[in-house]
Design a protein around this ligand. Structure first.
Ligand SMILES: CSCCC(=O)C(=O)COP(=O)(O)O
Ligand SMILES: [Zn+2]
Length: 454
């Protein structure tokens, strides 16, 4: 027999709920009984799946009763620290919709511990209150644990193009399923605030993963929570197996994880522990984060963009750029560099070199001579600093004026987003052949993922 508690809601043997008064008889009645038995049955079943072994994991359901609006239905929860597969109806707690304990199990003799409501109670209440859930399952299934460990910095689990995604509320086969990951804490109840934050930040989610621990899954009722929990575990298992096969679970094709030479790089390699990472984690400090150094020409951007767009643009814009910026210190420096280069070229008899007159000759004459020299240098495909500097400045203006539109391969934004989600920084080598700041070579929506080049 369960023991009824004197809770703030108990009124002369009646339990006052938000809009209705329920008698003690209701608390002891068949609907509550069915929910208690259901939790015991489900726990036995989930034990065989490894979701609630070693007393871990927990289940809660509302007392489904069509005559009572869901926010006012009573809640049944399992006890804490017990062998979940051996629980019976009388082991369960009954709570009011706001979370007050209305009835608790009777103590059992040694070696049983004194009864206590599940430590997951505050977390379950968040799902009830923030999502109007009808049932919540907390699983310690190893798949839900391992999937958070593959990429230890990831804040989300993402997967797409898997049939079982259809079993998750509001999702279709082609949708990307995103499950937030929160960090584990010493005590279950300490997870409450980060779980609430994740629920708020991911309005579409019906689950939250807890790193190195498990998952919380909720649904409109116990059937929905159970179905979704099964689908989530299936998808985590699939992701782990794909990862073991060297395949990328997060892309639509689930193809091989690209080699370090590929555009996407090798995310597994990005997490292969280095000595420094190992030492840091052994010391209990946060492991070092990794950085990917990207090339642009031929890696993120077609080489043809440089040859067919950037170089012609620079050639055609020299005169206009010099005329518009002639008085600036930057352009004066560019002209100074070019004048010195031309003097050297003249001394060496380089074809096409023509003297650039001194500043006193006037803006027009200086610009005309610079344009002639620059055209000859571009025609000869000279790789000289003076030319690269001027070209870089012309391209920068072109990107700023939107006369130049950046081009990146179609899988680059996806890779940048994924690396960003994994906490991996993306940067570029200091010397870029075309002397454009890398950030300018990317569409605005990609720029946020880049470390700004300085
Ligand atoms: C070995 S289980 C540790 C506690 C835990 O994570 C859990 O889910 C069980 O909580 P409960 O209080 O329901 O036993
Ligand atoms: Zn747990």
């Amino acid at each position: 027999m369960a023991a009824a508690l004197a809770a703030p809601f108990a009124l002369n043997g009646a339990v006052k709920m938000a809009n209705s008064t329920t008698s003690q008889a209701y608390l002891d009645g068949s609907r509550v009984k069915e929910s208690k038995t259901l939790i015991a049955d489900l726990c036995r079943q989930f034990y065989t799946l490894g979701w609630v072994s070693g007393t871990g994991g927990s289940i809660t359901t509302k007392v489904h009763d069509d005559s009572i609006p869901k926010p006012e239905q009573l809640i049944v929860m399992s006890p804490s620290g017990v062998q979940k597969e051996r629980m019976v109806e009388d082991d369960m707690y009954v709570l009011s919709p706001s979370g007050s304990i209305l009835s608790a199990p009777l103590p059992k003799p040694y070696p049983h511990k004194a009864p206590k409501c599940t430590d997951c109670a505050p977390l379950f209440l968040k799902a009830y209150h923030m999502r109007n859930a009808g049932a919540v399952i907390h699983s310690h299934g190893i798949e839900s644990c391992l999937v958070t460990m593959i990429n230890p910095f990831s804040k989300e689990f993402r997967i797409t193009h898997m049939e079982m995604i259809k079993g998750i509320q509001g999702h279709g086969y082609y949708d990307e399923l995103v499950v937030p990951i929160i960090e584990n804490t010493a005590q279950e109840s300490e997870l409450t605030e980060s779980l609430a934050e994740a629920i708020k930040a991911y309005p579409k989610t019906t689950a939250v993963l807890v790193r190195n621990h498990g998952i919380y899954v909720w649904g409109d009722n116990w059937i929905s929570a159970k179905t979704q929990a099964e689908c989530y575990h299936y998808l985590f298992d699939a992701a782990i197996k794909l990862h073991q096969l060297g395949m990328d679970w997060s892309t639509p094709t689930h193809g091989p994880i690209q080699s370090a030479n590929g555009v996407l790089g090798n995310v597994r390699d990005a997490y292969r522990p280095t000595k420094a990472t190992k030492i840091a984690s052994e010391n209990g400090t946060e492991p070092l984060k990794r950085c990917i150094v990207l090339d642009i020409e031929g890696t993120t951007t077609p080489i043809s963009f440089v040859t067919d767009v950037l170089f012609p643009y620079a050639r055609e814009s020299v005169g206009k750029h010099l005329a518009a910026t002639y008085e600036t210190a930057e352009t004066q420096d560019d002209i100074k560099l070019l004048r010195a280069q031309v003097q050297e070229d003249l001394a060496n008899g380089v074809a096409g070199a023509l003297p650039i007159p001194p500043e006193e000759a006037g803006k027009q004459d200086v610009i005309a001579a610079v344009v002639t020299n620059v055209e000859a240098m571009i025609k000869a495909d000279r790789k000289i600093t003076a030319l690269k500097e001027l070209q870089g400045h012309i391209w920068r203006t072109g990107f700023q004026n939107n006369e130049l539109q950046s081009v990146v391969f179609e899988d680059v934004p996806e890779a940048l987003e994924r690396w960003h989600a994994l906490g991996i920084k993306v940067t570029f080598p200091c010397l870029i052949v075309c002397n454009v700041k890398p950030v300018e070579m990317f569409q605005v929506d990609c720029q946020k993922y880049l470390e700004i080049f300085v």
